[in-house]
Design a protein around this ligand. Sequence first.
Ligand code: RFL
Ligand code: PHB
Length: 395
Amino acid sequence: MDQMNTYVGIVGAGPAGLFLSLLLAREGIGSIVLECRSREEVETTIRAGVLEQGTMDLMDELGVGERMHREGAVHRGIELRFDGAGHRIDLSGLTDGRAIALYAQHEVLKDLIAANLRDGREIFFGISEVRLSEITSPKPRIQFKRNGEEVTIECAFVAGCDGYHGVTRLAIPASRLTSYSRVYPFGWLGILMEAPPSSDELIYGYHERGFALVSTRNPKLQRMYIQCDAEDDIERWTDEAILEELQRRLVTADGWRLRVGPVTSKTIVAMRSVVTEPMQFGRLFLAGDAAHIVPATGAKGLNLAISDVWHLSRGLARFAKQSSSDLLESYSGHCLRRVWRTEHFSWWMTSMLHRFPDDDAFQQRLRRSQLEYTVRSRAASTSLAENYVGQPFDW
Ligand code: RFL
Ligand code: PHB
């Protein structure tokens, strides 16, 4: 049996886990990252695409922003489209110049993995059977299997960065956690399509047939979503039907056309909101999707994961260098303030832009009024913009 030691044992090589290992390294703190999937799978799974200003800035600070600047694109506005017309929200103009970047999550992960490995830090891919013990003692243990061998890591802290389906949260007694959740009665059908961009900026469309979103990955590859039934079978949707539905929901009075090409991937994503409180138990700290989920409408999940580990790295550094646990004790409270702000924003965007099965005529008129107010009032547009580009991590 192998035995190892490190200061922070990080479970999960998603955005939360990999950012955390880099943030800790900057403070001179050692960590080991444990990941159940292969490196190839981590580097090719298609997920998020929108980086907040603060995430972009942190990538630069950590020296991993070079490819993002070269291959990603900075966007300074988004469009809300309804009733056959588009309305631009001037993100930068309304937020003192802040913006977002379109750069795929798996590209971010490639950059983070490369930086970690280049600097000689350990990431164990393809491990299994992770178990935590002694998490209320000063020396928690992580056991797992690597190449069929049992391995034990003894550490000072464990970071649970293993996503919504991870195991670290389960190490906390259920009686010590409270979970708040909402499941939305629809899903998103997402595609990747080889085509030039149909728009210079993202389009969030509301139509009585349902929500539609036009996003992008690069000048040759586009990302689009349509609201679908939660129980929909992806096989029922032909490529032609998806593209037709996108065009129908995004129609404008002045004849906007979707630019089409071969569809190279299609998946259905569930839409839900979940928050688990508190985000800490003993020496285990939860971060990212392991502690909370937001529906994808606000493009927030990855960004929220990064703001959690920004707080966590500061708390761990303070403890390691000054033997003070104050920032660790306030970790959960600090994170949850931003988490709930983001939960509200994501729920609000979702409610404003989707058709719900129990909508009546009154509800639909309220929604239209909310959309009109959002694009016509500077105060309402500013609120959307400041949430969309993201509050500072220490908000
Ligand atoms: P992740 O990314 O799920 O990473 C967790 C990692 O832990 C591993 N793991 C384990 N490892 C070892 N042992 C175990 N027992 C383990 N169990 C799990 C997993 O294999 C995985 O590698 O969580 P993290 O780091 O908290 O990051 C969260 C983000 O990935 C997520 O919130 C975003 O992708 C959400 N999201 C979006 N967020 C944005 O900020 N902007 C967006 O534009 C955006 N679009 C999206 C999205 C998520 C989507 N899907 C598919 C849910 C669009 C979509 C379609
Ligand atoms: C994406 O490009 O995948 C994307 C963009 C905006 C969202 C969600 C996902 O709100």
